[in-house]
Design a protein around this ligand. Structure first.
Ligand code: ADP
Length: 334
């Protein structure tokens, strides 16, 4: 579904960027992470120091990029954003690092996808602020040491386990973002409506919040669609009924499960009698990329108890069977 695709790629809409909180006070939820970052930022500011390196992990759309920008404005420094897979040679990395200003934040999204040959250069860069670059080849080959400004690396990854230990260990602070609860999502929804100058009943927003998969980016996308829907079908009035009708048009069910989630569950039930099944077979079976299943669908389905991960593969739970309306086979181990 398109609204999910935008959860794993860059913000597609100008409008969505407008909804991004600019400081800690506008950032709802993630109390533990926010508190840690605030302590870190205040201490660094008091000392007149640059920030320590931070690793933020968690599913797409929960606020990692937003927090990097908030840290930047809190510290009064610039934020450079780059995506891990784009840096494919050591010289790409050297180019970025040497162009940073003192104290600046470098945000590397999908940091686990930096090639291994580049990753090693990051070690000295973040630990001691230099890189040794190899120049020339053969008998003329020599290394040149480039010293770097004291910068702050904010790394983002969907799962900490994807990072190599040496890279992971070089982050002073590692913090995991969690899915948002309904209350926090409602607060975010109300803020978004204010910014969009859109009138909505609390009931309507709650309906949307409870089907947003605990993810602010999805929530905002649903709100933007619901706004269009309300304008076309209900004279701009977003109440519970209108919200539910808008969500139905997007084929998002009462639990926030979308077409792909349900296709996944049904595939495991019908083709593997509930599992276990490996991720690759699943991806082929439902026609989705492994990465998207692993980053977007699976964590939500596991967190909500539809699916479980075993050493042999993915398995449906009793709740999973129930949701797709099929009987659990006799003797099924859950
Ligand atoms: P990530 O980097 O984790 O994929 P982003 O930081 O890009 O996620 O967040 C996606 C969008 O969700 C942002 O544009 C912002 O509008 C919204 N958002 C994320 N977290 C919050 C929050 N705590 N409060 C309000 N809006 C949020």
């Amino acid at each position: 579904a398109d609204y999910l695709r935008s959860a794993s790629t860059e913000e597609p809409l100008e409008q969505a960027n407008r909804l991004r909180p600019g400081d800690f006070s506008a950032f709802t939820g993630q109390r533990k992470t926010v508190e840690r970052l605030q302590v870190m930022a205040r201490a660094a500011k008091t000392r007149g120091d640059s920030l320590n390196h931070v690793l933020l992990s968690g599913p797409p759309g929960l606020g990692k990029t937003t927090l990097a920008h908030i840290l930047g404005s809190e510290m009064g420094v610039g934020v450079r954003v780059i995506s891990g897979p784009v840096i494919d040679k050591p010289s790409d990395l050297a180019g970025v690092l040497t162009s940073l200003e003192e104290g600046e934040i470098l945000f590397i999204d999908e940091i686990h996808r930096i090639p291994k040959t580049v990753e090693e250069y990051l070690y000295t860069a973040i630990e001691d602020f230099y890189i040794d670059i190899l120049i020339d080849q053969g008998p003329n080959a020599r290394t040149v040491r480039l010293s770097l400004p004291r910068f702050c690396l904010v790394g983002a990854t969907t799962r900490v386990g994807l990072l190599t230990a040496p890279l992971r260990n070089r982050f002073t602070l590692q913090s995991r973002l969690e899915y948002y609860d309904r209350k926090d999502l409602l607060t975010i929804a109300q803020r978004s409506c204010r910014l969009l100058e859109m009138e909505a009943e609390t009931d309507g927003l709650l309906e949307i919040a409870s089907r947003a998969r605990g993810t602010p980016r999805i929530l905002n996308n649903l709100i933007l669609f619901a706004r269009d829907f309300a304008q076309e079908r209900s004279e701009g009035h977003l109440d519970r009924k209108t919200a539910a009708a808008a969500l139905e048009m997007l084929e998002i069910d009462n639990n926030g499960l979308d077409e792909m989630d349900k296709r996944l569950l049904r595939f495991i039930a019908e083709n593997y009698r509930g599992g276990p099944v490996g991720l690759k077979s699943l991806a082929v079976g439902v026609g989705e990329e492994v990465q998207t299943l692993e980053d977007v669908h699976e964590p939500f389905l596991i967190q909500e108890g539809y699916l479980q991960r075993t050493a042999q593969g993915r398995m449906l739970t009793a709740k999973g069977w129930q949701t797709i309306g099929l009987p659990m086979p006799e003797g099924f181990q859950k």
